[in-house]
Design a protein around this ligand. Structure first.
Ligand SMILES: NC(=O)c1ccc[n+]([C@@H]2O[C@H](COP(=O)([O-])OP(=O)(O)OC[C@H]3O[C@@H](n4cnc5c(N)ncnc54)[C@H](O)[C@@H]3O)[C@@H](O)[C@H]2O)c1
Length: 432
């Protein structure tokens, strides 16, 4: 253990990051900037090819930062799991999606662990960062990693949830406090030694299960609160009250209230998925996580709710959805990013098409789409909004000319409340 701690302190420890996506790549860069030699290992040859050439494929990480680190030999990338053999520290950032029946799919964690085991040697730190249900590190990883290596003596296993918020200009890897749970006190000590080199505040907790649960609480908190405001939006509409005005006024309370805003539904790799990891685990224990399931129910009705607003708005202009030409403004799951994973835009498009509309989309961040059964190119952001029967704002990117949209569009369904700042209320604007 001392030899490993010394290597980490001297920053001569070799680090391999398994999975160099949205979570892994920022970590690779932060570690390399701190002076560690880091290898990004990924099965995806496209990402490995780009990183090997010093090219970033994640908007928060500029190529100008990656390139000198690659050229200077601090970062390398490979599709070959054999790179794990030289690692002192391995950080696993592989996907944790849901399967078709909305159950956790931890197969990527299992295969990454098997690859580590195949190249394991004494005195390695292995940290899982992928979001998962409490017990995964202990039940799935530790038994595999401790065959021949004593836990907390010759192998050190931790869980540390990733909190990255894509597009956030204020909080990145370094200044976002990092929760860390270890399988033993010695595991925490080694894990802490590594992370404290690259993160200002490390928050140790008593076990890997606790650290896994912390992440699920954080994202469940968001999912439930978003569910609450999405329901509040539906309530407010029935009462003829502007829900955004209510939330902004409530936010002036200096204590005991935290604003969340309604929208067209959840998106991204985390908030729609992570709480279901928890509810699945609890079903195994014969406990129904009612809040989580209710929030999922409310949030997943939002795309259809938005289409209902489109239908009503067209109706009030003597038109039907069937035969209408609809422009979706913003297809990424949140503003100012390219990521479309779980974007509610796909459900909105599918429902509009099901009702007979002709749908196009405009997204300055996403020039073309070929997923979720949608294969389209974005219309030019500079093009006219006038030809459409209705424009539906699903994602409120900053680099869209909303004032012009306000002037030109016949009808706008604004699920993000952007029109308030760009032209204000008008008879052709419908909010949530
Ligand atoms: N994206 C976010 O904002 C975010 C935030 C916090 C937590 N997380 C969690 O972090 C984890 C990773 O998410 P992400 O967004 O970075 O995913 P991602 O899809 O962007 O990246 C994961 C990468 O892992 C690679 N991979 C899969 N199996 C592999 C294997 N066996 N060996 C090597 N590489 C492998 C994939 O090719 C992919 O490039 C997930 O558990 C996610 O829930 C994501």
């Amino acid at each position: 253990m001392k030899a490993l701690l010394d290597k980490i302190a001297a920053r001569s420890a070799e680090v391999v990051v398994v999975g160099i996506g949205y979570v892994g790549l920022p970590l690779v860069v932060e570690l390399a900037e701190a002076g560690f030699h880091v290898t990004g290992y990924d099965k995806d040859p496209r990402k490995v090819g780009l990183l090997s050439r010093g090219v970033s494929y994640i908007e928060d990480i500029p190529t100008s930062v990656v390139e000198p680190l690659v050229k200077g030999g601090m970062i390398s990338a490979s599709t070959d799991p054999a790179v794990l053999a030289k690692a002192d520290c391995v950080i696993v950032c592989v996907p944790t999606p849901l399967n078709k029946t909305k159950e956790p799919d931890i197969s990527y964690i299992v295969s990454a662990t098997d690859e580590i085991v195949a190249h394991q040697h004494a005195d390695m730190l292995i940290v899982l960062e992928s979001t998962t249900y409490p017990g995964t590190t202990r039940e799935v990883m530790v038994p595999k990693l401790t065959q021949g290596y004593a836990l907390g003596e010759r192998v050190f296993v931790c869980f540390s949830p990733e909190r990255v918020d894509p597009g956030n200009k204020h909080y990145g890897t370094r200044n976002t406090p990092k929760v860390l749970g270890g399988s033993t006190p010695a595991c925490i000590e080694v894990g802490r030694a590594l992370y404290s080199q690259i993160i200002d505040t490390v928050v140790p907790v008593s076990s890997t299960d606790t650290a896994e649960m912390v992440k699920l609480l954080e994202n469940t908190f968001r999912a439930v609160n978003i569910g609450l405001v999405n329901e509040t939006a539906q309530i407010a509409r029935r009462l003829g009250i502007d829900v955004f005005e209510v939330i902004r006024a409530a936010s002036t309370k200096p204590f005991g209230f935290m604003p969340f805003f309604p929208g067209p539904g959840l998106g991204g790799h985390c908030i729609p998925i992570d709480p279901l990891y928890l509810s699945w685990k609890l079903r195994e224990l014969k406990f129904q996580a009612k809040f989580i399931e209710l929030a999922d129910q409310v949030n997943s009705t939002m795309p259809t709710y938005v289409v209902g607003l489109v239908s009503d708005a067209l109706n009030s202009h003597e038109r039907s959805v069937k035969g209408s030409r609809v422009l979706i403004s913003g297809i990424a799951y949140k503003k100012n990013i390219t990521d479309m994973r779980e974007s509610p835009a796909f459900d909105v498009i599918a429902e509009l098409e099901r009702r007979g509309a002709t749908v196009e989309y405009m997204d300055p961040w996403v020039p073309e789409v070929d997923e979720h059964g949608v294969k389209m190119k974005s219309v030019e952001p500079t093009g006219s909004f006038a030809p459409y029967d209705v424009v539906v704002i699903v994602t409120d990117h900053d680099n869209v000319d909303y004032a012009r949209m306000h002037r030109e569009a016949k009808l706008i369904v604004d699920s993000r409340d952007v029109m308030r700042k760009h032209g204000g209320p008008a008879s052709h604007i419908v909010g949530l």
